[in-house]
Design a binder for this molecule. Sequence first.
Ligand code: NAD
Length: 246
Amino acid sequence: GERLRGKSAFVTAAGQGIGRAIALAFVSEGGRVVATDRDADKLSGLEGCETRALDVLDDAAFARAVAEAGALDVMVNCAGIVHQNTALTCTDAEWELAFALNCRATWKGMAAVLPGMVERGRGAVVNIASAAGWAKAAPNRFTYAATKAAVVGMTKAAAVDVVAQGVRLNCICPGTVDTPSLGERIAANAAAAGGMEAARGAFVARQAMGRLGSAEEIAALAVYLASDESAFVTGQAIVIDGGWTL
Ligand code: NAD
């Protein structure tokens, strides 16, 4: 396709899962893509992308990578971490890392691209939030819910500040998506659930459609939000969850 022809995009956490699928979908729609991840090994095989190791917790490195990417039309803030905790089990370290990665780095990503987008009078930011926290409570997701609901608030707040200057910001709120880190959460729950199959089954069972989402399905929404097809959409939190929140 050609839906992103002529657009330059920057994607964080593009090494695996949703970020990787977004980077590849953007390339397949004719976009130029700078695909980044903390783990450089995971960037291999990203055909058609410019790749670069980047830990988004490093403010200076993040700002430098964005500056060196040149004029950007699209920014995807995808890096995030899922802790399994409650208000009672959450540690200070979990709280701090979750807010640093899910919220603070998303802010830094927005701050790095918005001046250039405002100057050029165009641009689209796509933040990856979650249905959890914003649209629905999920058990054992205390810091995750807090940080992802904050991403929705940050997206809306930033969107209203640049809405008159031609720049749009939206966030995607996925339900349960089959990615490598979901595999880790399934493994972590296996003992309590009575095995890997049962633990996976519990994640599938909460999906009204009876299946997990694919990273490619999330990427299709990101293509829409990055492209001019969504020119009238800003400040929105779009749930894509197989009916989880129905
Ligand atoms: P994942 O968790 O499997 O992979 C995360 C990627 O982020 C890895 O490649 C990792 O190397 C990278 N990363 C971690 N810390 C980083 C850092 N400091 N700097 C740069 N990169 C870093 O991927 P996923 O499950 O697709 O999740 C991606 C995003 O989607 C996250 O924000 C997550 O919260 C969100 N999300 C996922 C689901 C799901 O079910 N998988 C649902 C809703 C939202």
